[in-house]
Design a binder for this molecule. Structure first.
Ligand code: NAI
Ligand code: OAA
Length: 253
């Protein structure tokens, strides 16, 4: 909704062509406050009316949203970064058709520095994520391993592995780790720990990068949006990304 509202308020070079939502029945009411009425379409109807499609939906819909847009040589701004790993052929499709997948920094920080360091040699990228219990509850990895975070009274490390493993185990919680890995040394070398912490209110990410150009640490404490798994800054990152598309002055990579 935040992205729709920003487009409605005006982002130079962009015009809101349509939206797609899970419940089309309630859409007229939800979008009634916008300055201009917006068509509510099915996912399959988006590509013909748009040059850029922002994918901010459950990861399972990534292919249905992105494929037609990329096949038409257009741009997908993608938040479900984890789904890119299991749909690698779409990157090839984009290459062949002249389409582009743009992954905004999203709920993370410093992907510009990571991408710059990757032009040299990065020795290691380590990320530690700490989330409130409700930011992790229901993740397939927890269910598969019988880890019951709902009952913890102290911080508990629930996962240690690579960004690729996290993408399948936590598809709705750790897109940030995959985005970090794609900016840097890839999903198999990006190391990740995930902690559930009952004392936390925010989704906290700390990243340590060791490269031949620089060593740097970055951290961010995200205020959850209406969806406790998703930081509020995620939508703002998309808005900043859209604003950059046509901006005469572009700062940051
Ligand atoms: N890259 C990053 O930094 C981050 C990525 N994410 C990811 O971004 C994605 C979106 O996150 P949220 O907005 O919090 O998810 P959400 O689950 O709250 O919202 C999903 C949206 O998809 C729409 N939707 C669901 N089913 C649909 C269907 N069949 N057709 C059309 N629309 C449908 C819903 O109406 C809703 O607007 C998720 O995959 C999430 O994991 C979230 C936070 C950070
Ligand atoms: O990566 C994600 O999917 C969400 C996340 O950690 C955050 O918003 O802090």
């Amino acid at each position: 909704m935040k992205i729709v509202e920003a487009l409605d308020a005006g982002i130079p070079g962009c015009e809101l062509a349509a939206v797609s939502v899970r419940s089309r029945e309630t859409a007229p009411e939800r979008f009634a406050h916008l300055g201009r009425p917006v068509p509510v379409l099915a996912i399959s109807e988006l590509e013909p009316v748009a040059d850029v499609v922002v994918e901010c939906a459950p990861a399972a819909l990534f292919r249905a949203i992105a494929e037609p847009v990329l096949r038409a040589g257009k741009m997908v701004v993608a938040l479900s970064a984890g789904a890119i790993l299991s749909n690698g052929d779409l990157v090839e499709l984009a290459r062949a058709a002249g389409g582009r997948i743009v992954v905004p920094t999203g709920a993370l920080v410093g992907l510009d520095a990571v991408a710059a360091a990757a032009e040299g040699t990065i020795r290691s990228v380590r990320m530690v994520t700490r989330k409130p219990v409700r930011g992790l509850a229901g993740a397939p990895y927890l269910l598969e391993h019988g880890i019951r975070v709902e009952e913890i009274t102290e911080p508990l490390m629930v996962f240690k592995g690579t960004a690729r493993q996290a993408a399948t185990g936590f598809p709705a919680n750790l897109n940030v780790a995959v985005a970090l890995s794609l900016a840097g040394i890839g999903p198999d070398r990006t190391e990740l720990e995930i902690w559930a912490d009952p004392a936390l209110e925010r989704n906290c990410h700390t990243i340590e990068v060791d490269a031949d150009s620089a060593r740097f640490s970055m951290s961010i404490e995200n205020v959850p949006s209406e969806n406790p798994k998703t930081g509020r800054i995620t939508a703002l990152s998309v808005i900043a990304c859209l604003r950059k598309l046509a901006a005469p002055l572009r700062v940051g990579t």
